[in-house]
Structure formats: structure tokens, C-alpha cells
Design a protein around this ligand. Structure first.
Ligand SMILES: [Zn+2]
Length: 287
């Protein structure tokens, strides 16, 4: 890096431009996440061809592809064939922008480390959050957490985690083992007892990914937060479905668990990860 670059970067990151950049950066990655969500379950390449309308296959112009704004200006329809563009597209872009901004506040603004260390945390955890977002969206749509996302991600974030050295090597490896093992045990027990598949092993691979990035300490939080949020959202949703269609039996409706585990892991990352008990006590008066 040239000698002038660091002071400039320092000024940029500490000015309001830092957070603005994080928001735009997150929205752009959200746009790429949409490509992954659409193409990965179909086994298509992420790089070629460029974005196309799924109905008329017309290439999408760069100005129609601007995150969120493109969708708003087109009023949610393809410029050529007027086919509807799903709400998922702007929603994923907004979620990605919001998550990236939150990670910026947590790991750059709210951290005492040197600037390169702060930025390394921002980049690694930003991409980790993006992978969780992609997996959640695929799970919601296809009830599936593809191996071609979870397995390479586990390797990549194992390496990235070594660079950050927030989590000890042993804690990361134990995290991956316990994460997968717990889901494998529950799924095996459920299958033996009921003869039906309950939890998919994809959930285990997702938890292994969380464990290798954040350490085994993250797993109880991830599972508890995920289960509580999952019940709060899924039970009213199932009840509404049952009321609408009396013939439906709830036992056979599959509810994806992946998005709730991902949400639990992200809450842990944003609020608890890397904080000592003393630090946490300061946030909770009365403890
Ligand atoms: Zn079209």
C-alpha cells in the first residue's frame, strides 16, 4: 500500500462515507446473492451468461440491474415482456445491505483494533453473513441446503477464521464436529422412532459451518435462538394455513429450519461473538 493510502482509508472509514459505502457494498453483494439463489439449485454457472429475464430470456441492462432502485423504477416488471419480477430480489438486496451495515457498525466502528484488522473482520464476517443469506433463501424456496454451498464454504471460512484468529483452532474444529453431530443424532433418533425423515442433514452441515467460523460456543445460542424464533414464526403460520385449508394435515407440511438457524447465528455474531461476560453484563443492567 502506498504511504498515503492508509491515512486516506482511515479518514474515509471514520467519516459518514464509511457506513454509506458499507450499505452500497452490501446491496451490490445482495444482487450477486440473488444470482446464486436462482442459479445454484439449478446447477448453472454463476458467471455466465449475464443476468437474464427468466420469462423472455432478454439480457438485463446494467441500469435495470441496480440493486433495489432497478426494481422500483421498473415497478417490479421486466422491461421487455412485463413479466413480474419476484419480491425476493429487492428483499435480498435490502437484507444484505442492512446486514452489511450492521456488521460495519459492530466490527469497524465498535472495535478498538487497528484499521486493517477491523476491515478484515468486516470482509470475512460480511461474506459469512452473505452465505447464510443465500442458504436461507434457497432453503425457503426448495427445502434444501445444497452441499455445493455448505461444504466449500466450510473450507473457505475455516481458512478465513485462521486469519482472523478470533476463535481457537480447537474450538473451531470441535464446533464443526458438534454442529454436524448433534443434528445427525437427532435426525437418526427421529427416523428410528417414527420411520420418517425429520431434520435433514443439510441443517447439520449448516451448523458445522457456523461452528467452524464462530466456534462451538456459538452453537447453543444458534440452536436456541433459531428454535425460539422458528416457533414464534412457524406456529402462527401453520395455524393460518390450517384455518385456510381444513383438509391439510400439519404433520406433512415441511418447515425449513435453515433460515432460523442462520438467523440465530447472525444474532450471535452481531451481539455476543467475541464479547466477554463482563462486557455483556455492561449491556444488561441489573446483572
Ligand atoms: Zn422478460
Amino acid at each position: 500500500m502506498p504511504p498515503d493510502a492508509l491515512p486516506f482509508l482511515e479518514w474515509f472509514v471514520r467519516s459518514p462515507w464509511g457506513l454509506t459505502f458499507a450499505l452500497l457494498w452490501g446491496a451490490l453483494w445482495g444482487s450477486f446473492a440473488n444470482v446464486c439463489i436462482y442459479r445454484l439449485p439449478k446447477g448453472q454457472s454463476l458467471l455466465r451468461p449475464s443476468s437474464r429475464c427468466p420469462s423472455c430470456h432478454a439480457p438485463v441492462a446494467w441500469f435495470d440491474n441496480i440493486p433495489v432502485l432497478g426494481f422500483v423504477l421498473l415497478r417490479g416488471r421486466c422491461r421487455r415482456c412485463r413479466a413480474k419480477i419476484g419480491w425476493r430480489y429487492p428483499l435480498v438486496e435490502l437484507l444484505s445491505a442492512g446486514l452489511t451495515a450492521a456488521l460495519f457498525v459492530r466490527f469497524v466502528d465498535g472495535n478498538q483494533d487497528s484499521l486493517p484488522t477491523q476491515l478484515a473482520h468486516f470482509v470475512v464476517y460480511g461474506h459469512f453473513a452473505l452465505v447464510l443469506l443465500v442458504l436461507s433463501a434457497i432453503d425457503l424456496e426448495h427445502l434444501l441446503l445444497p452441499d455445493r454451498v455448505t461444504l466449500p464454504s466450510t473450507l473457505v471460512f475455516f481458512g478465513a477464521g485462521r486469519l482472523l484468529s478470533d476463535v481457537r483452532l480447537a474450538d473451531a474444529l470441535i464446533g464443526a464436529l458438534i454442529g454436524y453431530g448433534v443434528i445427525w443424532l437427532i435426525s437418526e433418533a427421529y427416523y428410528r422412532l417414527t420411520g420418517r425423515e425429520g431434520l435433514g442433514l443439510g441443517d447439520g452441515k449448516l451448523l458445522a459451518l457456523v461452528g467452524i467460523m464462530l466456534g462451538w460456543q456459538a452453537l447453543p445460542w444458534t440452536v436456541c435462538l433459531g428454535s425460539v424464533l422458528g416457533s414464534l414464526i412457524a406456529i402462527p403460520w401453520l395455524w393460518l394455513r390450517k384455518r385456510r385449508d381444513k383438509s391439510e394435515t400439519l404433520r406433512h407440511i415441511a418447515v425449513p429450519f435453515g433460515p432460523f438457524l442462520a438467523l440465530g447465528a447472525l444474532l450471535y455474531l452481531l451481539f455476543l461473538h467475541g464479547r466477554s461476560l463482563d462486557e455483556l453484563a455492561r449491556y444488561m443492567p441489573g446483572l
